[in-house]
Unconditional design. Structure first.
Length: 149
């Protein structure tokens, strides 16, 4: 209403007022879209536990911590880049033995593209890994998406 009152005092024609309002709304939408940034969204499943985690880009790969899954597996997603572009993604899956974490799987994706579809596994597909003892199963599937902060 305040915006309408301000424009009513200025001698605008109705088409000119409409053009100004459309421009204002378009500018607001563009700034919202521009503020979206890439995130790696992964669906992790181990035993009866399932979770969806988002991983933001970082500049230092050594600052990324692995996620513990039921004390049996660890999953680490290193997304290198910034809010505009992803340089590469490295995914690590470890089996947690009694003494130490043992690397089971490593995957690297160079300059991945943000997914515009609705797929939940468009970057990695579904990966299924098994522990060396007892054959416990761990699954993950990841997609690079645009997320608003």
């Amino acid at each position: 209403m305040l915006l309408h009152r301000a424009f009513c005092r200025i001698p605008f024609s109705r088409p000119a007022l409409t053009a100004v309002l459309v421009g204002f709304i378009a500018g607001a939408l563009i700034s919202t879209i521009a503020s979206a940034s890439p995130r790696l969204r992964c669906q992790l499943s181990q035993g009866d536990t399932a979770q969806v985690l988002d991983f933001a880009p970082v500049l230092n790969p050594y600052s990324v911590k692995a996620v513990d899954l039921n004390g049996r597996f660890r999953f680490k997603a290193v997304v290198i880049g910034d809010e505009r572009r992803i340089d590469y993604i490295k995914l690590y899956t470890y089996y947690q033995s009694k003494r130490q974490a043992v690397l089971l799987h490593e995957a690297k994706y160079l300059a991945p593209v943000v997914d515009t579809g609705a797929g939940s596994a468009t970057l990695t597909g579904t990966n299924i890994l098994y522990s060396p003892s007892l054959g416990r199963e761990f699954q993950y599937a990841c997609a690079l998406i645009e997320a608003t902060p």
